[in-house]
Design a protein around this ligand. Structure first.
Ligand code: PGA
Length: 271
């Protein structure tokens, strides 16, 4: 596809989303266990120079210890931020955990829950993810619930079942509040690999997730943003943005560099 054609599709798609209920487009950065205080200060100084268009909601998820830098530096900014994880407990003897109240104290508006790295390296079951999501909602933090299948699950054709089970576990716990969440579809095989699913696969999977949300009932679930994540970069973001039911992106590697992140924001901007 020609560059101009893709630009036109993105433009139309963003406008369509705005017209259909004034929905925003979301650009979220998952920094994982990367960056330093110094690097973050210069990143945010650069970002504070950028005019973020009204229809773009920009969210950064830094490591916990740096949330205070965000609180100080983003006071007058349109850039919002959140945590990469949250404790399911309220408070008490849970060494190493960070509670919802603490995140609110740090000015967070969001938290990720159920990132595949937490599910696989820290043995977070769908039930734990559901409890964490619930803890976030109870404290008015918007959870960005990450779901995704492994390569083996995709190849075996069982991936829809897996995705539905991940969503069902959360829905069983939060019920009506599912409507205030965001979903990030991140195929495990696309995370950090440079391999991005075919556009037809993204379209099909996002449509499926949308249908599962609708099946829970309640019209507001139609407006739950579904982000795509996994090897998103300035090279592929425009084409993926044109896909129906893709309401934004959760970006890892490509969000660590201010220039690359700014390029992605620019590519998703409507002028
Ligand atoms: P990636 O990570 O963009 O580096 O693939 C995405 C994520 O894990 O959220």
């Amino acid at each position: 596809m020609e560059r101009r054609e893709i630009e036109e599709i993105v433009r139309r798609c963003v406008m369509e989303k705005l017209e259909n209920g004034g929905k925003e487009y979301i650009v979220a950065a998952n920094w994982k266990m990367n960056m330093s205080a110094k690097a973050i200060k210069s990143f945010l100084e650069e970002m504070n120079q950028v005019e973020i268009p009204k229809h773009l909601r920009t969210i950064i998820f830094p490591p916990y210890p740096y949330l205070n830098i965000f609180q100080k530096m983003l006071r007058y900014s349109r850039i919002t931020y959140g945590a990469q994880d949250i404790a399911k407990e309220e408070k008490g003897a849970y060494t190493g955990e960070v509670s919802a109240d603490m995140l609110i104290d740090m000015g967070c508006s969001y938290t990720l829950t159920g990132h595949s790295e937490r599910r696989s390296y820290y043995a977070e079951t769908p039930e734990i993810v559901a409890e964490k999501t619930r803890a976030a909602i109870m404290h008015s933090l918007t959870p960005v619930i990450c779901i995704g299948e492994t390569l083996e699950q995709r190849q075996s054709g069982r991936y829809k079942e897996i995705l539905k089970a991940q969503l069902d576990a959360v829905e069983a716990s939060v019920r009506e509040s599912m409507g205030v969440c965001m979903i990030a579809y991140e195929p495990v095989w696309a995370i950090g690999t440079g391999v991005i699913p075919k556009i037809s696969e993204i379209r099909d999977t996002h449509k499926f997730i949308h249908e599962v949300l609708i099946s829970y009932g309640g019209t507001y679930r139609k407006t739950v943003p579904i982000l795509y994540g996994g090897s998103v970069s300035e090279k592929n973001v425009r084409e993926s943005a044109s896909v129906k039911y893709v309401n934004g992106f959760l970006i890892g590697g490509a969000s660590l560099n201010a220039e690359r992140f700014k390029t992605i924001i620019k590519l998703l901007s409507v002028d």
